[in-house]
Write a protein that binds this ligand. Sequence first.
Ligand SMILES: Nc1ncnc2c1ncn2[C@@H]1O[C@H](COP(=O)(O)OP(=O)(O)OP(=O)(O)O)[C@@H](O)[C@H]1O
Ligand SMILES: [Mg+2]
Length: 261
Amino acid sequence: MKVWTVANQKGGVGKTTTAVSLAGLLAAKGYETLMIDLDPHGSMTSYFGQDPDTVEESVYTLFQSAANKTKISMASVLLRTDVPKLSLLPASTALVSLDRQFGTRVGMGMVISNALKRWGNHFDHVVIDCPPMLGVLLINALAASDRVIVPVQTEFLALKGLERIQHTFDIVRQAHDLPFQEVIVPTMYDRRTRASIDSLKYLQEHHADLLWEMVIPIDTNFREASRVGLPLPLMNPQSRGALAYQALLDDLLEREREASL
Ligand SMILES: Nc1ncnc2c1ncn2[C@@H]1O[C@H](COP(=O)(O)OP(=O)(O)OP(=O)(O)O)[C@@H](O)[C@H]1O
Ligand SMILES: [Mg+2]
């Protein structure tokens, strides 16, 4: 089982879109795939037609049972989606109080990681979507991850956010002795705009070592896909956005192959 986390402390940069697109492609390739929504806003959960305000069992249930030292079965918290081989561990809005409730308790950084250890043989791939802030949920995601995918919107404000999240990664990696490596993915690239061209150049000059060599283009089909509730690569595989995520997936799988040699 490989665990990929999509994270960036900046909001609206394409995290959920990236997580949903990659997970959809993995499932379409025949991999048993689990998506985990760690964002209290529950965008990924809503994407698949569930309401994070009313969902009964969720990531929150998992944290509660860890805090109470009770065991819950995987089947009781996971939902199947309409896509074959694609399951979802949904978010609940109750997650918003998680840091206050459990943030400082010992062991609460490993709740997701421990759950995945128990469920590991059911899934080939896990894709985690994160909230745009540092807290116990992001720590849980990083602690469970083999790889972290960092979508960076190709505009200047987003570049500032990148230095901040890399600082966060360094601190978390050292404090918890974690091995994950990150890949920077330029998103919403619009080759007609100066901002996109210049910020991609900045990434190539300053972050070449971690940068994926292609870009995710701006594509209005993403909005339509989220309305329909299907990953874009499954709704419209030949769209520019879908082809770009297919290329990203191929690159990530190639990295996994190389890492396991
Ligand atoms: N490549 C793209 N082209 C056009 N629109 C996009 C693209 N990627 C994402 N979007 C749209 O931009 C909006 C924000 O994307 P998304 O929800 O994936 O970002 P996010 O980083 O998860 O946001 P948040 O921090 O709020 O969770 C959505 O409406 C999404 O459909
Ligand atoms: Mg999101």
